[in-house]
Design a protein around this ligand. Structure first.
Ligand SMILES: NC(=O)c1ccc[n+]([C@@H]2O[C@H](COP(=O)([O-])OP(=O)(O)OC[C@H]3O[C@@H](n4cnc5c(N)ncnc54)[C@H](O)[C@@H]3O)[C@@H](O)[C@H]2O)c1
Length: 331
């Protein structure tokens, strides 16, 4: 569908997106306003399929532009306004924002129908999920065509609503924050072991936090707080973030297993934290049941997705499980 793809902002995400597209046979043009960043991107990713350019006008004939500049509304609006004045009227414009609303960025465009969110997750060339976010003004056929095209690049494309945190962060962060709250009861290593052995996750929540980066997790959690009860950031994660990582890599054979009653309590809280956002997402129809299932299984490594957990219980049981999680929001 797209043959002339440009990425604006050649930082962590922009270069990851360019690498992914290049590895799937696409020619990509990458631009960055900072000459040193552009040079670094070129040095780190010297792929023949990626052409690095130092003038925005060099992407004038693109048919898709994905902006991945700083996460700042004013900066993004300036960039897409400028893009709109440079590219053809048929060029599709997209943002890789993770915490802004797509419609707020689109507000400055003359033609918002050609604008949508294409949210790659970090690392963009490895993470299987890409969220496709259409605003009320995005052309529906366009959003549908982009979703189909994205699948052809080897990604699992999830159509989701223009809502704070989109789907992946909204589903995953309550569980991550609840794990941090459980540090009052158990060590990170103990919680990780429990999550792997009892919940069947591929990687424990603290290992996930260390992998993604505590600063990224803490910032995304603060962003989600505006969604209200159930999405509050854990104080323990916020205070740990400056330290950079949790101490869990010791693989300390001497760390005792948790007493059964404590393990049961933590398991119940983590389970409720997986179910709470799942129920919320489905009730609000922010994405389809099957897409939510895919996110849980393929991106988050859950043994059972939140829809599966909810479907395995009757409504009262599910509500009780969620209530167990919601009791600790102030921590
Ligand atoms: N880092 C993540 O985990 C992650 C995950 C998903 C989405 N995102 C989103 O992707 C976007 C980029 O994040 P990042 O982590 O790659 O940031 P980054 O700081 O690594 O890269 C941003 C790049 O944009 C460039 N830039 C800034 N203003 C520009 C302008 N006016 N024109 C052209 N280039 C400009 C900078 O020089 C820099 O190289 C943000 O919107 C972020 O929210 C980040």
């Amino acid at each position: 569908m797209f043959t002339r793809i440009a990425i604006v902002g050649a930082g962590l995400m922009g270069t990851g997106i360019a690498r992914h597209l290049a590895s799937n046979g696409n020619a990509v043009i990458a631009y960055d306003a900072d000459a040193r960043k552009l040079q670094q991107a070129r040095d780190d990713n010297p792929l023949p399929a990626i052409r690095y350019v130092s003038a925005l006008t060099d992407i004038a004939d693109a048919d898709l532009v994905i902006e991945a500049v700083f996460e700042d509304l004013a900066v993004k609006q300036t960039v897409i306004r400028e893009l709109e004045s440079i590219v053809s009227k048929d060029c599709v414009l997209a943002t890789n924002t993770s915490s802004l609303l797509v419609r707020d960025i689109a507000a400055v465009l003359d033609t918002p129908s050609r604008f949508l969110g294409i949210h790659y997750n970090n690392p963009a060339d490895m993470n299987p999920i890409v969220e496709i976010i259409a605003t009320a003004e995005t052309s529906k056929p366009l959003a549908s065509a982009v979703t189909t095209w994205m699948s052809s690049t080897g990604k699992l494309a999830i159509a989701c609503a223009d809502t704070t945190g989109f789907i992946l962060n909204r589903q995953s962060l309550p569980y991550i924050n609840e794990a941090a709250r459980c540090v009052a009861l158990a060590t990170p290593l103990q919680v990780d072991r429990l999550a792997v052995s009892r919940l069947g996750v591929g990687l424990g929540p603290f290992a996930v936090m260390n992998l993604v980066g505590l600063d990224v997790m803490a910032a995304a959690s603060r962003n989600l707080a505006s969604l209200g009860h159930g999405y509050q950031p854990a104080a323990r994660l916020q205070s740990q973030a400056p330290a950079g990582a949790w101490q869990i890599d010791a693989d300390d054979a001497r760390t005792p297993d948790l007493p059964a009653d404590m393990a049961d309590a933590i398991e119940a809280r983590l389970l409720g934290a997986m179910m709470f956002p799942g129920k919320d997402i489905l009730e609000q129809q922010l994405c389809s049941r099957d897409d939510l299932h895919l996110i849980c299984r393929e991106a988050l490594g859950y043994a059972r997705s939140s829809p599966e957990l909810l479907e395995a219980m009757d409504a009262d049981q599910a509500d009780r499980s969620i209530e167990t999680y919601l009791r600790h929001q102030s921590g």
